[in-house]
Design a protein around this ligand. Structure first.
Ligand SMILES: [Fe+2]
Length: 376
């Protein structure tokens, strides 16, 4: 429906053609020659110093150049978070999936990042399995193993003991703790409804999905929901909840939490019930960057979207979002940074979206005191 050269949020990327024998030969050769990433010691987050600079991004096409690693490396982040669609695997063939990861591993910029910066990751549809795929993906167990191996998740991590790649970490000393909660919005997810799009809606950039209001339909699955509640009850001052898909944005027809409104409401309610302060959502997937704010929760809930690392989708410019903060919607290559200034009595959190040169195209600062439930 849209030119091949411009992948839409939902569309699989055009794949290279060519004689299958040659492709297979190259594939086998590459699998043989490019080993899994070497098992050298990985950089770790300091346990004494508070986290101050977190950079994140999503949607990185592995068969195109990724020049954006240069400004990301220049940020010298304390932590980099991959928010999903970290590669475009789009396959049920696990050798192909491994091969596509190896193409990311071969990017000099990514290699440098991996050598210098702690990396956390969750996945989205394209690295989980295939376009818009959910819990019905048949290869999800093997795909999970490949993902956890690629991102150096330790053998003894709880993430390896259960289905799904969700996980959480807390960093920093008491009073300045940052909790990173990585959700898995794919492994357990049920299907959304679909709609027949009018030509006008299509031109305006809307997607084909509609809300699934079935009370049994799940986004996270029962075990992950239970786990999330326990995480939100752990003490932390700032909590970055990484959801591959947008949490706050109202329905634009693509894969977002609004397509399961009961689950979205449950998420906001859980934050309220647990009394968890300091929540910010980080999201990706859509091929644009923006900041949204939901004011119906216990305090303003921000959803900071950064997508894509090396793709653009200019049509998105017309998409409305009444919950957008300011009027910036940036559908060109970008990454996000979250900087926490702990030196102030009321710490400040600055969210910035950066273009492919590193320049700021969106900036918004909140005081940590604004992200607290009001005591009654
Ligand atoms: Fe996606």
């Amino acid at each position: 429906m849209i030119a091949d050269s411009i992948p839409t949020p939902g569309a699989p990327l055009p794949r290279g053609g060519g004689a299958s024998v040659i492709v297979l030969s190259i594939l086998l050769l590459t699998i043989a020659v490019v080993p899994a990433q070497a098992q050298e010691a990985r950089p770790t987050v300091s346990s004494d110093e508070p986290l101050q600079r977190i950079v994140f991004g999503s949607c990185a096409v592995q068969d195109r150049p990724q020049p954006i690693w240069t400004p990301i490396l220049a940020e010298d982040p304390d932590l980099f978070i991959f928010g999903g669609d970290n590669i475009y695997g789009d396959t049920a063939n696990m050798d192909t999936l491994r091969h596509e990861y190896s193409r990311l591993a071969a990017k000099p910029g990514y290699q440098k990042l991996r050598q210098t910066t702690p990396i956390l990751a969750t996945w989205d549809d394209h690295d989980f399995g295939a376009n818009d795929m959910g819990g019905w993906y048949e290869q999800k167990e093997t795909s999970e193993e490949i993902f956890l191996d690629f991102f150096d998740v330790p053998e003894d991590s709880p993430r390896r003991q259960r289905p799904g790649v969700y996980g959480a970490h807390r960093y920093g000393p008491p009073g300045k703790r940052v909790q990173i909660i990585l959700l898995d919005t794919r492994y357990f997810r049920d299907r959304f409804e679909t709609v027949e799009l009018s030509e006008e809606a299509e031109e305006r950039g809307f997607g084909p999905y509609a809300p699934n209001r079935d009370p049994d339909a799940t986004m996270l699955g029962a075990a992950q929901w239970e786990w999330l509640r326990a995480q939100l009850q752990k003490p932390a001052e700032v909590r970055l909840i990484v959801s591959s898909i947008q949490v706050v944005s109202p329905d634009h027809g693509w894969e977002i939490w609004s397509q399961m409104p009961l689950e979205r409401a449950r998420l906001f309610r859980m934050i309220e019930e647990t009394g968890a302060g300091g929540v910010l959502f980080l999201s990706g997937d859509v091929h644009w960057g923006e900041l949204s704010r939901y004011t119906g929760g216990p305090y303003p809930l921000y959803d900071f979207t950064s997508s894509a690392l090396n793709q653009e989708w200019p049509q998105a410019k017309n998409l409305p979002n009444p919950l957008r903060v300011g009027d910036t919607i940036y559908p060109y290559p970008n990454y996000g940074s979250v900087t926490i200034d702990w030196s102030r009595e009321d710490p400040r959190i600055r969210m910035r979206l950066h273009d492919k040169e590193g320049a700021s195209v969106l900036s918004h600062t909140v005081a940590l005191s604004e992200l607290q439930p009001t005591s009654e």
